[in-house]
Design a protein around this ligand. Sequence first.
Ligand SMILES: NC(=O)C1=CN([C@@H]2O[C@H](COP(=O)(O)OP(=O)(O)OC[C@H]3O[C@@H](n4cnc5c(N)ncnc54)[C@H](O)[C@@H]3O)[C@@H](O)[C@H]2O)C=CC1
Ligand SMILES: O=C(CO)COP(=O)(O)O
Length: 296
Amino acid sequence: MQKIAVIGAGKWGSALAYALSQKNEVVITSRTKRELENFVTLEEALSCEYLIMAIPVQQISTWLKEHFTFSGQKVLVVAKGIEASTGKFLNEIYNEYVPQENIAFLTGPSFAAEVIQALPTALVVNSKNKELALEFADMFPDFIKGYTSDDVIGSEIAGAYKNVIAIAAGICEGLKLGNNAAAALTSRGLVEIARFGKQFGAQADTFIGLSGAGDLFLTASSTMSRNFRVGLGLAAGKSQEKILEELGEVAEGIGTAYALHDIAIKHELYLPIAKEVYEMLEGKSPQESLKDLLSK
Ligand SMILES: NC(=O)C1=CN([C@@H]2O[C@H](COP(=O)(O)OP(=O)(O)OC[C@H]3O[C@@H](n4cnc5c(N)ncnc54)[C@H](O)[C@@H]3O)[C@@H](O)[C@H]2O)C=CC1
Ligand SMILES: O=C(CO)COP(=O)(O)O
């Protein structure tokens, strides 16, 4: 039995704590105390050999600075997004604290609400350390088929960027543009993600697999996705503040759209869907944006 600590008791941290507890000893911690039987202090969690990091991307730099000291832990990062304030990828942020051989990243189609019901899925553990990736994949319960990959940057980009495309897909649905438009937008989204990934050294195969197409098709087609629901809210003319208040949970696509906007300017990249999502978040009319994307 492995002693695993999940850090962050939101939807995803809680679902993974449940899933991993099928075969392992798991404790969980969060910034506010929860009435959970396996709840421990942060100090105790950080003393475990294996850490599952479920803190949202926009908060993680500050959290690491304030709370984390590396002492040999093996870390699985399960968040998906790009830091808005700096444009940094998660692996860059974590690599300032955790050596590359001790860190892995989890991607693939995984609504927490289904994982916590033990419904089946297949996920990818991405790490430059193959042994570590296998170690984490072996911890999964029978209802999660574990794959491994060494394409850390590709899988990370796929997981982060699909949240932005899911916002666009939610807008498309909210505006009732039809199934053809939704499929066109999602497939162009996948091309956009893959093209962006190539710029940063990703492997092309990653984008047609679980971390790319798998997670994109899931998130961009379901109201279970928080990012998709952000899109529905924008289509309904709601403000970003109102949408987030109603959501009550994190939607990483928002911060990631801002990050992509800055990265596109810095590297002179053509990211049409991400650009329109950014502009809609900044107040452009969704009708206008979708017209710009989908008509000649
Ligand atoms: N919910 C899902 O289905 C999935 C979520 N993810 C990713 O997992 C990450 C977390 O998402 P959820 O758990 O769903 O979000 P959530 O909104 O349910 O929970 C976020 C958690 O982070 C904690 N948190 C926020 N700021 C913090 C800080 N400064 N210090 C410590 N803790 C802090 C909150 O207390 C909360 O427990 C996101 O990056 C998301 O994209 C990935 C796959 C599936
Ligand atoms: O990443 C997810 C599923 O794989 C969750 O997506 P949302 O954050 O949009 O709900």
